[in-house]
Design a protein around this ligand. Structure first.
Ligand code: NAP
Length: 262
């Protein structure tokens, strides 16, 4: 019997958490569409996955801070017959005070994290609802719960994705379409290798707080199966979040803020 085809789209599929999502989903038999800017990286991952798992892998180079590029991705998504999963994962961080950060970076961040995610979700949802199945994973961050100096727009855009996911999950109850906000803490990827993080030293943060991207993705997919809308991977991250929400939280936030302003 021919296998039932199911397709997943992963934005930011060229490295880090997105590339790991692509690997896990290929293992589960999904055909893939990977979206990002670096064609060479997408080509290499596509070749690896198509060879190892005998799935179809399409790549689409797009800069999701550009409205026209998001439009091209939307057109391609509309043409996909059986889209089963959308992972809105593309993103980047900054570590300047709000007022010191290049205004264009604030705007690009809002476009990549918020505008592109909203546009892609709006594109794929009608088909998923009609088919009575599908899943949307929005990669947010622990920062979405804990606003902090030098990550102001980052945390705000990630908080948007949490609220968006929670609201959508309520609207979509009973439709067969699942939604998740994935909120990782520090994760080993290329995120902190960007020029913006020059001088950042991973060892300044306790090793106990870092997670491999593979564990983040495994927890996300298990959590999706279990029907949880907000996924905070890693026991230590869940403890950190609980502490930040308790009476200790504000004092801790003030101490952290002082450190980050030094
Ligand atoms: N690593 C962490 O500690 C951490 C913690 C919490 C949340 N997250 C979130 O996890 C997600 C994935 O990040 P990562 O940690 O895996 O970092 P990463 O290895 O740097 O991956 C980021 C991905 O986003 C893509 N991307 C960035 N800007 C883009 C743009 N303008 N257009 C299209 N694609 C773009 C990159 O592809 P190209 O460069 O090829 O375009 C890359 O594939 C992000 O949303 C991030 O906020 C990360």
């Amino acid at each position: 019997m021919p296998k039932e085809s199911k397709t997943a789209v992963v934005t930011g599929g060229s490295s880090g958490i997105g590339a790991v999502f692509a690997r896990h989903l290929a293992q589960r038999g999904y055909d893939l569409m990977l979206v990002a800017r670096r064609r060479d990286r997408l080509d290499a991952i596509a070749e690896e996955l198509a060879g190892q798992h005998r799935v179809g892998v399409e790549i689409l180079t797009a800069d999701l801070s550009e409205a026209g590029d998001v439009g091209r991705v939307q057109e391609r998504l509309e043409a996909l017959p059986a889209l089963e999963m959308l992972v809105n994962n593309a993103g980047f961080g900054t570590r300047h005070r709000f007022v010191d950060l290049d205004p264009a970076m604030h705007v690009d961040m809002v476009h990549v994290h918020v505008t592109a995610s909203v546009r892609l979700i709006r594109t794929v949802l009608p088909g998923m609802i009609e088919r009575g199945r599908g899943a949307i994973i929005n990669v947010s961050s622990l920062a979405g719960f804990i606003p902090m100096p030098k990550s102001v727009t980052y945390a705000a855009t990630k908080a948007f994705l949490i609220t968006l996911s929670e609201g959508l999950a309520k609207e979509l109850a009973g439709t067969g379409v699942r939604v998740q906000a994935l909120c990782p803490g520090f994760t080993y990827t290329e995120f902190h290798d960007a020029a913006e993080f020059e001088g950042f030293d991973r060892s300044d943060i306790s090793r106990k707080l870092w997670m491999p991207a593979d564990d983040v993705v495994s927890e996300s997919l298990a959590s999706l199966e279990a029907g949880r809308v907000v996924c905070v991977p890693g026991r230590r991250n869940r403890i950190l979040l609980a502490v930040s929400r308790s009476w200790i939280g504000p004092a801790l936030a003030r101490a952290l803020a002082r450190k980050r302003w030094e």
